[in-house]
Design a protein. Structure first.
Lengths: 115, 116
């Protein structure tokens, strides 16, 4: 069965420091995609970064990077130079690239950036 | 970029009435749309998947007669909460994906439903 696990319910980070949010996944399908979304208190889901299962390099998008370790089935999100506006809920999701492409979400990590 | 709208953004209704939520893809054709429900401080729970012109596929435990989903066109899907009760109060989010690409879902801004 497919599963996403986020073991950190909450995290604190000092402004301007880097933070890593953990995500592990489980699937026997060789083709999948991994996504990270940010959900601020307004409720909107903001796409941050994507990693495909066949991608050789770790994905990067500005201050966001994804530490993809396929053998360990982990896809941790690294946020560099944290800003106060980064305080939000962060969700890791997996999509199987077959069928309906529906997402399997983790339980989320609430990040609080401290001034 | 791909934009998905949802209407209304919030709604308050009385117990026993029905509420319709619209989800539109504004600048792309959405072959598949998804409906989620989210309780406070919890993750998104997939309710159903709908493909244009087909019946929706509901997740286990979701009442089909309570949550009616219609995907009438490639840009519009609707969720109707029938005979709403206070326990249906929640944040409902839709998403849509194109037929091409990496399978990314584009999310609407959500609808907060309160049933009194």
């Amino acid at each position: 069965a497919q599963k996403i696990t986020q073991t950190q319910p909450g995290m604190f980070v000092q402004e301007k420091e880097a933070v890593t949010l953990d995500c592990t996944y489980d699937t026997s399908d060789p083709s999948y995609g991994l996504f990270w979304y940010k959900q601020p208190s307004s409720g909107e889901m903001i796409f941050l970064i994507y990693q495909g299962s066949y991608d050789q390099q770790n994905a990067t998008e500005g201050r966001y990077s994804l530490n993809f370790q396929k053998a360990r089935k982990s896809a941790n999100l690294v946020i560099s130079a944290s800003q106060l506006g980064d305080s939000a809920m962060y969700f890791c999701a997996m999509s199987l690239t077959s069928g309906t492409y529906k997402y399997i979400f983790g339980t989320g990590t609430r990040l609080k950036v401290l001034a | 970029g791909a934009v998905v709208s949802q209407h209304p953004s919030w709604v308050i209704c009385k117990s026993g009435t029905s509420v319709k939520i619209e989800c539109r893809s504004l600048d792309f054709q959405a072959t598949t749309m998804f409906w989620y429900r989210q309780f406070p401080k919890q993750s998104l729970m997939l309710m159903a998947t709908s493909n244009e012109g087909s019946k929706a596929t509901y997740e286990q435990g979701v009442e089909k007669d309570k949550f009616l989903i219609n995907h009438a066109s490639l840009t519009l899907s609707t969720l109707t909460v029938t005979s709403a009760h206070p326990e249906d109060s929640s944040f409902y989010i839709c998403s849509a994906r194109e037929s091409q690409g990496i399978g990314e879902q584009y999310f609407g801004p959500g609808t907060r439903l309160t049933v009194t």
